[in-house]
Unconditional design. Structure first.
Length: 324
């Protein structure tokens, strides 16, 4: 399938607009522009004077989004950057505060459906999985060089795969015969490693391992909390932060950070009253998160695991949030 044949379907679009509340004159950041669907909607909703800064570390995604956002002219600025550098990017633009920030995490159709990117266990391709092709480490590098214990740890921690140790052992044995080069090689080894009775139901047997390797290659969980803290720091009072996650590991980080910055009491239950007196920086807008409607899931099955969390900035700017 050609990249030009893919149509990006933004997940939870109406919900994002409801909580982000784009307006004319506002400045917004899409930290993961992907195919540009959310960005396009934000620009339309903030017409005629809203501005959008769109970031992505994937040059192919930026190119696709650039074509989609071209009609908005100078109102849209697209930049190749990892969102861990959000603070530095805005500082270089002379922007000290913005009105809304969106993170749409996970992998996009532009990546999954292009076999050459190596993200998919359905399509054969090179074992790459880098969101930024300029990054030094590929999935093949991890599979061919890490020790069995380290591989098992990655698959268990990032993939929550019950057969992680067995899969890692099979990987190490297989690479002694031939180095890993393609996604098909890895899929076959995973199928061999997972007992047949566990492969007969549920999701594709390679899904969790592929997720784990993708997360490790791109340091997705490692950079998420620092980037979110920068985002909160960069919101003006009343600014909104929206985060869409696609698995429990991401969602847990977002949920816990929002609770922490909302000043949730941390006193032991044994105390008769709160003594921590934590000053809230955020107001949580979506307790429990927002999930797609059945109608959206029917239109776009990949939306099934999505969850949106949103919060509003209350007061003073955080200290030390801007990253290098």
């Amino acid at each position: 399938m050609k990249e030009s044949d893919l149509v990006h379907q933004p997940v939870l679009l109406e919900e994002v607009l409801f909580y982000l509340q784009p307006r004319s004159g506002g400045i917004y950041v899409d930290c993961t522009v992907g195919g540009g669907g959310h960005s396009e909607a934000i620009l339309r909703a903030s017409s005629p004077g809203g501005r959008l800064i769109a970031l992505d570390r994937d040059p192919q995604a930026l190119a696709a989004a650039g074509r989609r956002l071209a009609p908005f002219g100078e109102r849209a600025v697209l930049l190749k950057s990892n969102f861990i550098h959000l603070g530095r990017v805005l500082a270089e633009m002379g922007i000290s505060a913005v009105d809304g920030i969106l993170f749409d995490l996970g992998v996009s159709s532009l990546q999954l459906e292009v076999p050459e990117r190596g993200f998919s266990y359905i399509h054969e391709g090179p074992l790459d999985m880098r969101m930024d092709p300029g990054d030094p480490v590929t999935a093949a590098d991890l599979l061919n060089n890490l020790g069995e214990e380290e591989l098992a740890g990655i698959i268990a921690r990032y993939g929550e795969e019950r057969w992680a140790r067995r899969i890692a052992a099979f990987i190490v044995k297989a690479r002694e015969r031939e180095p890993f080069k393609t996604t098909a090689q890895l899929v076959e080894v995973i199928k061999e490693a997972i007992p047949a009775r566990s492969r007969r139901s549920g999701a594709h047997p390679a899904r969790r391992t592929f997720q784990a390797l993708r997360i490790a290659v791109n340091r997705e969980l490692e950079i998420l909390e620092p980037a979110l803290r920068q985002a909160v720091d960069l919101l003006g009072p009343g600014g909104r932060l929206c985060v869409i996650t696609f698995h429990s590991l991401e969602d847990r980080i977002v949920k816990n950070l929002f609770k922490d910055l909302a000043g949730t009491c941390t006193c032991p239950p044994s105390l008769p009253r709160c003594v921590c007196r934590r000053k809230p920086l955020l107001r949580i807008l979506t307790p429990g998160g927002v999930t797609p409607s059945p109608a959206e899931i029917a239109r776009n099955p990949r939306a099934r695991s999505a969850r949106l969390r949103a919060a509003e900035k209350l007061g003073a700017v955080l200290n030390g949030g801007v990253g290098e």
